[in-house]
Design a protein around this ligand. Structure first.
Ligand SMILES: Cc1cc2nc3c(=O)[nH]c(=O)nc-3n(C[C@H](O)[C@H](O)[C@H](O)COP(=O)(O)OP(=O)(O)OC[C@H]3O[C@@H](n4cnc5c(N)ncnc54)[C@H](O)[C@@H]3O)c2cc1C
Length: 308
């Protein structure tokens, strides 16, 4: 990411502003309304723009109502410290993934082994201080009694004591036993754990399109679904193609904003808990990624699993 940043900075054509967007701004709610920019948390500074592009990963649903499009899901991973000898034994193995369980092990570097699970993930429904842009009119802006609730990333950056649920620990132990051929590692304590946040779509296709309500002033590039990083060297060009109306034909409708309708892989209700947590679409369904590669169980609620 530093390399890409330096390349972009070297063009001299990009003005970088570090800050956290608190809210997107519009000219009003009626016909012909435009998205005009963003207000930053830092000092309330307003950035104005002819076109606003939201590419905030798993945080995107906090800024724009994406309840019919994407959902943030937390995925477990852990690190183990190795000896030099163990590093030498495992360092040249490929990435190994069990596509039936989603469990995978990354070959170690610098004596650190990474084990993780590509899963349906945990939902973390939280009330938002500001309703995301485009929330249904029934949601009164800023209402404390009826806040918008969306699945929201919970990371060690804001909670240094964050651990991972016992259910996730058990899965990662299973991965070590099944995938790593060194028995001395199977019960070695984790050096540290992380919850990483995916931005999941029903089919794991990205969401790269203009917002249907603001088709000239708001563009969304998100929905990484756990596999966007590998496209880093090429994805910028494709995003610009979509932005300029030159959507590559082989992408067809894949990256488009999905209209709700019969046949869309928009998820049955995975669990009562997930449904009750009001994470998901206004009709009560919850997005579940069915791309054939996910392990774990759909609809687990992070807070509940952490208490078990
Ligand atoms: C555990 C794990 C393993 C993964 N493994 C792989 C893999 O092997 N291969 C692969 O291809 N992909 C992998 N991925 C997925 C990949 O990391 C994501 O798909 C990719 O990073 C998504 O890119 P993005 O630009 O949409 O979002 P991000 O990379 O999350 O970027 C979003 C940015 O927006 C910023 N932001 C958020 N909110 C705001 C705000 N309000 N104001 C300002 N800025 C904001 C964030 O700080 C962040 O810098 C993995 C993800 C996880 C969690």
């Amino acid at each position: 990411m530093r390399f890409v940043y330096e390349r972009a900075a070297a063009t001299g054509r990009v003005a970088f502003v570090n800050g956290t967007v608190e809210q997107l701004l519009t000219t009003g709610g009626g016909e012909g309304s435009r998205v005009t920019g963003a207000r930053l948390r830092e000092g309330g500074r307003v950035l104005s723009a002819d076109l606003v592009v939201v590419a905030a990963g798993a945080w995107s649903p906090q800024l724009v109502d994406l309840s019919s499009q994407v959902v943030a899901t937390g995925q477990v991973l852990a690190y183990l410290d190795l000896t030099e000898d163990e590093q030498a034994q495992l360092g040249h193995r490929p990435v190994l993934m069990n596509i039936s369980t989603g469990l995978f092990v990354i070959p170690p570097r610098d004596r650190v082994l990474k084990v993780a699970r590509h899963a349906y993930g945990y939902l973390n429904p939280q009330p938002l201080a500001h309703p995301p842009l485009g929330s249904p009119p029934s949601v009164s802006p800023g209402s404390d009694s009826n806040p918008v609730v969306v699945s929201t990333p919970h990371t060690h950056l804001t909670d240094p004591d964050l651990s991972i649920p016992a259910e996730g620990v058990a899965a990662l132990r299973e991965a070590l036993r099944r995938i790593v051929p060194l028995p001395e590692l199977h019960d070695r304590p984790f050096a540290r754990t992380r919850l990483c946040w995916y931005t999941d779509t029903p089919t794991a296709d990205f969401l790269v399109d203009y917002h249907p309500r603001w088709p000239r002033s708001l563009f969304v590039a998100t929905g990484g679904s756990g596999h966007a990083f590998k496209f880093l060297p090429v994805i910028g060009g494709r995003v610009v193609d979509c932005l300029l109306g030159r959507r590559p034909t082989d992408l067809g409708p894949k990256w488009r904003w999905k209209e709700k309708g019969p046949g869309q892989a928009m998820a049955a209700r995975p669990t009562e808990a997930a449904h009750n947590a009001v994470v998901g679409t206004s009709d009560g369904s919850v997005i579940v990624t069915e791309d054939g590669s996910r392990g774990g169980r759909p609809g687990l609620i992070l807070e509940e699993e952490l208490k078990r």
